[in-house]
Design a protein around this ligand. Structure first.
Ligand code: SF4
Length: 281
């Protein structure tokens, strides 16, 4: 595990257009959440976001689309975006997060310069049926297997605070470990009033211990990343996440919610004496 902190920035290159029914997701068109929705973000805007992320210390730049999975059109768009970002910020490690993907689609992304693919298992196989009825958990697992087969860096994690039991959490972490991911993004459910799920019931100490549990159960992962929900879940105690095994964070905004200003995170790391990773293996 790296002692340096890996910073990642996410970019919603398509937003709020998904037809699936994941109960935690405001990007589903079904729940009519009050979020920005668009098919394709302008390439120039994506390039600007990439430059800004790089200038604020991000190493990873993740291109996220809101759909169940890749189709021909989305694949082409993501590849075009990947090429455009490499023109202006070749130092960034490009990550794609575009849902279900076949081996062939992943190889096309790889060819376009995408190094890593993020697809989360979200929760345990048995609890997944409670939060999504439009596609099975097994498809998520298979996509992660495809990522490994494609020889790309696998990033897979999940989300806590959906109403799952501790048994579900352990089951998800075991499944994640079986995929041998390089990075494990841990999200904490950020409630939106348009969604039918109850607000996240986790207390800060419980959430910190879940980071520790993730670290313990997936010891070979290079990075445990605290991703969505950090500010809301930990508030003033965000700096403690690094004592519990986190060595990566998302900086800047999330997909549909605002993060805090990037310089605040950089100040936090500096005050903790933590170094920002400048290169990735
Ligand atoms: S498939 Fe992805 S984008 Fe679509 S509703 Fe589920 S989590 Fe959201």
């Amino acid at each position: 595990m790296s002692e340096k902190i890996f910073l990642c920035s996410i970019c919603n290159i398509n937003s709020g257009t998904c037809l699936e029914d994941c109960k935690f997701c405001s990007q589903s068109v079904r729940y009519k959440a009050d979020i920005e929705r668009f098919q394709h973000k302008e390439i120039k805007l994506i390039q600007e976001e990439a430059i800004n992320a790089r200038d604020n210390g991000a190493l990873g730049f993740c291109l996220v689309t809101a759909d169940k999975g890749l189709n021909e059109k989305t694949l082409e768009f993501v590849c075009n975006v990947a090429k455009a970002v490499q023109e202006v910020a070749p130092e960034l490690r490009l990550i794609a997060c575009n849902g279900t993907a076949t081996l062939k689609q992943l190889l096309t992304l790889k060819e376009a310069g995408i190094k890593a693919y993020n697809h989360n298992l979200e929760t345990s196989e048995s609890f997944y049926k409670e939060i999504c009825t439009t596609h099975p958990w097994s498809e998520r697992y298979e996509t992660c297997q495809n990522v490994n087969e494609a020889g790309m860096v696998l990033i897979t994690g999940g989300i806590f605070g959906l109403g799952e039991t501790q048994e579900d959490r352990l089951s998800m972490l075991k499944s994640l470990a079986s995929l041998n991911p390089t990075s494990v993004p841990i999200n904490f459910y950020h409630h939106n009033e348009a969604l039918s799920l109850a607000p996240n019931p986790l207390k800060v100490d419980e959430a910190l211990n879940l980071i520790k549990l993730t670290r313990e159960m997936i010891p070979d992962a290079e990075r445990i990343m605290v991703a969505g929900g950090r500010e809301l879940m930990f508030g003033e105690r965000q700096n403690e996440i690094f004592n519990y095994g986190a060595n990566s964070i998302v900086i800047g905004n999330y997909l549909t919610t605002s993060g805090r200003a990037m310089n605040k995170d950089l100040d936090m790391l500096q005050s903790l004496g933590l170094e920002v990773a400048k290169k990735v293996n």
